[in-house]
Write a protein that binds this ligand. Structure first.
Ligand code: 5AD
Ligand code: SF4
Length: 351
């Protein structure tokens, strides 16, 4: 009975699997409970993080990602400092609490310096008020520390999957794509002092329900502060596209993603959980659906539109070009019936 599982104080792996496999009315009970927990522990607020896709240059070659190094059909860009500052000022003017700087993984001094300066400039223009999250891949502890000292205080580094051997199937088998190193990077981010987030893709080829349950237990064990996870969405220009016939239907991937968010909310009650864009790729209301089951962060894309087109990790990624006012109004309208509201000008951190 799902009711008795939901009443448990702590979930075993078997409990989590049962929740992931729940059907209709049972799933509804799970979602009701997770949304209640969100309201109890995070209030009726949804926090905004303006997403700036700084660069699609990446030195890695993950088999699932559209901007992987060997995809020669991608036209590569890095946004000028001036445009990044403009985007951050825009977020500040619209009273966003934070921005996220996301990019492919590049490890060199020029890149470290550029990002360090951008962080300082964004802090300066906002009187220290804009919170800064980074999502720039694995970096040396020294670089992470420099960025932290410059003023960034959150870092997102998805483990992608907690299953070591599945990770190996999704990445080239070399030193650059090491699961162990990635785990160490997550630990090192915590050591530096960041609020640290991780996450996984849901509905990957070869991924099982056991894997997903382990993913949630991994996040519990690592005691993360934030999570961003969403469905795997295939991209035709990647090696993993060959496995497309073995995938779960998109609706099932979507539903599993909502369940993962809901269960995580029950496991880690007060962390920040992002409602990710990939959800919206599958269903137009995806991001609000995630809020209604326990997510509490929305990341509107504020990258200049000309660049957004080139930052295609997966297919059908929606472009935000209708103007942010319209988008915020739309969110407002959708959040209202849930009794939720956008928290302007607030960070909404765990600690
Ligand atoms: N589908 C869904 N998410 C993807 N990502 C990369 N490629 C895909 C894809 N095809 C996610 C990874 C990465 C994040 C920046 O984007 O989880 O960590
Ligand atoms: Fe690069 Fe990240 Fe894409 Fe991997 S998932 S290829 S690290 S941008």
């Amino acid at each position: 009975m799902i009711k008795s599982v939901l009443n448990n104080n702590s979930f075993s792996k078997q409990d989590i699997k049962e929740l992931l496999l729940s059907d209709k009315s049972d799933t509804a009970l799970l979602f009701e409970k997770s949304f209640n927990q969100k309201k109890t522990h995070k209030g009726n607020k949804v926090y905004l993080r303006g997403l700036i896709e700084l660069s699609n240059i990446c030195s890695k070659n993950c088999y699932y990602c559209g901007i992987r190094r060997d995809n020669k059909r991608v036209s590569r860009y890095t946004i000028s400092d001036k445009e990044v500052i403009e985007a951050a000022r825009f977020a500040y003017n619209y009273n966003f609490g934070s921005v996220v700087i996301q990019s492919g993984e590049v490890q060199n001094e020029q890149n470290s310096k550029k990002i360090e300066n951008l962080i300082k400039e964004i802090k300066k223009l906002s009187d220290g008020k804009l919170g800064i999250t980074l999502s720039c891949g694995e970096q040396s502890e020294d670089t992470c520390k420099r960025w932290f000292d410059a003023g960034a205080h959150r870092y997102l580094l998805r483990i992608e999957t907690s299953n070591h051997s599945l990770y190996k199937k999704l990445h080239p088998n070399d030193d650059m794509h090491s699961w162990e190193k990635r785990v160490k990077s997550i630990e090192s981010l915590k050591k530096v002092g960041y609020l640290t987030g991780t996450g996984v893709m849901i509905g990957l080829p070869y991924q099982t329900i056991d894997d997903l349950a382990d993913d949630l237990l991994f996040m519990k064990k690592k005691d993360i502060d934030m999570c961003g996870m969403g469905p795997y969405v295939e991209h035709f220009d990647t090696p993993l596209f060959n496995e497309k016939n073995s995938l779960l239907p998109v609706n099932r991937r979507f539903e599993l993603s909502l369940k993962m968010i809901a269960i995580l909310r029950l496991i880690k009650k007060d962390i920040n959980i992002a409602s990710t864009t990939a959800l919206e790729t599958i269903r137009e209301t995806g991001r609000i659906d995630a809020i209604s089951v326990g997510a509490n962060i929305i990341m509107p894309n504020i990258t200049p539109v000309s660049y957004q087109k080139k930052y295609r990790l997966y297919e059908n990624k929606p472009l935000v070009n209708k103007g942010i006012e319209k988008l915020l109004l739309k969110f407002d309208k959708q959040l209202n019936p849930l009794g939720e509201e956008i928290a302007y000008g607030e960070w909404g951190d765990v600690r």
